[in-house]
Design a binder for this molecule. Sequence first.
Ligand SMILES: [Zn+2]
Length: 57
Amino acid sequence: MLTTQCPNCGSDVIVEEGSADQDLVSCLNCGAELEIASLAPLRLEPLDEEAEEADEE
Ligand SMILES: [Zn+2]
């Protein structure tokens, strides 16, 4: 299990090992949806909220 910082709030975000580029993860602290922009080094980017089209819960 890997962790990196949430670009939104700066807290640790857990990234499952075996995740791939462009997989989505959620920040448990602020709830932001983040996309894996890079695996090495591990880097997350916030999803553009305006681009959200998929179903929300
Ligand atoms: Zn966050």
